[in-house]
Design a protein around this ligand. Structure first.
Ligand code: FAD
Length: 382
């Protein structure tokens, strides 16, 4: 088992990579394993949003993002601040609640009226009602960010291996001593499972229950449009960004269930969900109604029963850490990786209270929780 590492991270999405980065930065011998290609799962397919005010990691998320390019040494294309707009008066109250929660944590936002929004976001139209400019949050490029974490790990002497999955674990007493792979068993002093939707399946091999259910979310990308002054504009149930090249990359869901019969076929968009995103994008940005959709993709979002991440060191193991992000993992990754690295190295996080993210909150979860919450898949995946 001499090919292992002091810490083995199973999962090369942003959660595992960020943890690998902070560990390598601290001088730890770390190896990140991914069964596929980095960024092929949700970490490379998301909307790039970095504003999660309900999370205990929110303040650290906001502190770190503006510095990440410098910290990692590679561009993430992070653009700070964002605008949320609404076309319906009743939705403004929802936005206001989010603003108040961020304000309680020391962040500010300005209310915007319709004419100001039309001036700041030229693609909007007469249907805009109002919104907010957040002096926090922002958007980054998911693929650039994955790449930046991976290169930064290598720069610090850490290792990342693609196309090498964990297939099982070796244990001795209350310790995990190795990770089974197609390339043999890799020894470790500590194991982090951060495998996105696969976290529950892998943890179950160690008799640790991580309740997770998966949902499909989709993103569409338009041809490039003239760059707006503000690249991070959400609204109408959509999140996304204008890329530096000018494309609008937007998604919405994942609670849009797909009916197999309703595949329109031919051309784009190719599913009811992408059609819905396209329709809502044109409502949000009437000035983009002429733009063609040049790309679309789906991604799998990992969901815990209460929608909050799990960052924990579950017993009886003395050297196991688990990290899964429940659909908010991209933006939180600088902070979640730092928190997980501290859980691994010192058993606790010194900058955020992670007690609400422990697995024990699910101790009394009903066995049929997914059905009770109405989260049963309605149709089989095509
Ligand atoms: C369409 C979409 C839009 C989203 N928008 C946003 C957003 O705007 N902001 C935001 O914060 N979040 C967003 N999310 C959620 C976010 O992308 C995820 O929460 C985050 O990427 C999770 O990262 P992860 O590293 O935990 O998991 P993943 O990205 O799923 O990575 C897990 C990795 O583990 C690997 N793996 C699995 N099994 C094994 C094994 N046995 N051995 C080795 N490796 C294994 C996989 O190959 C994968 O690379 C979105 C998600 C989607 C799909």
């Amino acid at each position: 088992m001499n090919e292992g590492a002091s810490v083995i991270v199973v999962g090369g999405g942003v959660t595992g990579l960020s943890t690998g980065f902070w560990l390598a930065e601290a001088g730890v011998d770390v190896l990140v394993l991914d069964r596929g290609v980095l960024g092929r799962e949700a970490s490379g397919r998301n909307g790039g949003g970095c504003a999660h005010h309900p999370s205990p990691l929110f303040c650290e998320e906001q502190r770190l993002w503006p510095m990440m390019d410098e910290i990692l040494g590679y561009p993430t294309e992070f653009v700070p601040n964002q605008i949320s707009i609404t076309t319906a008066p009743d939705r403004l109250a929802l936005l206001q609640r989010a603003v108040e929660n961020a304000e309680r944590q020391g962040f500010t936002a300005e209310r915007l009226d319709a004419p100001t929004i039309r001036e700041m976001v030229p693609l909007t139209g007469d249907n805009v009602h109002g919104g907010y400019h957040f002096n926090y949050g922002g958007k980054a490029n998911p693929h650039r960010t994955v790449q930046a974490y991976a290169w930064a790990i290598a720069d610090r002497g850490g290792r990342v291996r693609q196309n090498l999955g964990a297939t099982g674990f070796r244990t001795e007493g209350d310790r995990i001593v190795g990770v089974e792979t197609e390339a043999g068993v890799l020894g470790c002093d500590h194991l982090l499972i951060a495998a996105g939707p696969q976290t529950g399946r892998l943890a179950a091999m160690l008799d640790v229950t991580v309740p997770l259910l998966h949902a499909r979310a989709e993103i569409i990308v338009t041809e490039p449009l003239p760059l707006m002054r503000h690249l991070g504009v959400d609204g109408n149930g959509l999140y996304g960004r204008q890329t530096l090249r000018g494309n609008l990359a937007y998604g919405g869901g994942p609670h849009e269930w797909i009916e197999t019969e309703a595949q329109p076929g031919g051309g784009r968009p190719t599913s009811p969900v992408t059609a819905s995103i396209a329709r809502r994008l044109v409502e949000l940005f009437p000035g983009a109604s002429h733009a063609r959709i040049i790309r679309s993709w789906a991604g799998v979002v990992e969901n815990t029963p209460d929608g909050r991440p799990v960052l924990d060191r579950p017993g009886p193991w003395t050297n196991l850490t688990v990290g899964t992000m429940s659909g908010v993992g991209f933006g939180l990754s600088p902070a979640s990786g730092r928190a997980l690295s501290q859980l691994i190295l010192q058993g606790a996080c010194d900058f955020a209270d992670l007690s609400s993210l422990r697995l024990s909150r699910f101790d009394r979860l009903e066995p049929d929780w997914a059905a009770l919450q109405g989260w049963l898949p309605q149709v089989a995946e095509a």
